[in-house]
Design a protein around this ligand. Sequence first.
Ligand SMILES: [Zn+2]
Length: 184
Amino acid sequence: MTPINCQQCGGLLPYRIQPDRLFKCHECGNLLHWRDIDLDGSEVWAVDAEGTLGYVTDPAVSLAEMAEAVEEYLETPAGIRGGLATLLQKHSTALMALLDAREAGIKAPAAYTWSQVYAAVNEGADTVIDSLELGEPETDAINLAANAAIACLEKPGISFEEMVENNYSVDTPDEIRSWWGWGK
Ligand SMILES: [Zn+2]
């Protein structure tokens, strides 16, 4: 696992997880939400047993690399297997990355990333809103459902109240109930 250090202060200590599930830089106090962890598509974040934040290669990427190395080896005619060492090296590197990820607790290949799901839910809502002649109440309700879906992804079983508090700048959830006479 490669530790992730704070970009705010360029500190030398990696972020550490807190009980509220935010990551904290203990040099400048900067807090990081996991959805703001910026990685390229072939990496996934992980937290080790000490609570340190880091990243590892996505196991799906390692497995694909290993399969590719084996495939290339098998396709190489028997007489000219000079590239064997290179292919074994490629396989070995991918295997080490896979084991590193397992050690950090990342076992199953990641299916969809958070940002892919976020984009899909919002695009789905926009597709419906843009394609139909909806009034403001319907549009608001569809956006509420999209925000609630993302909130459930983060915290399954989240209440309406908590979802509203996290996503809307209203004083109380009842403010939303007062929209369009929706209260119940
Ligand atoms: Zn910092």
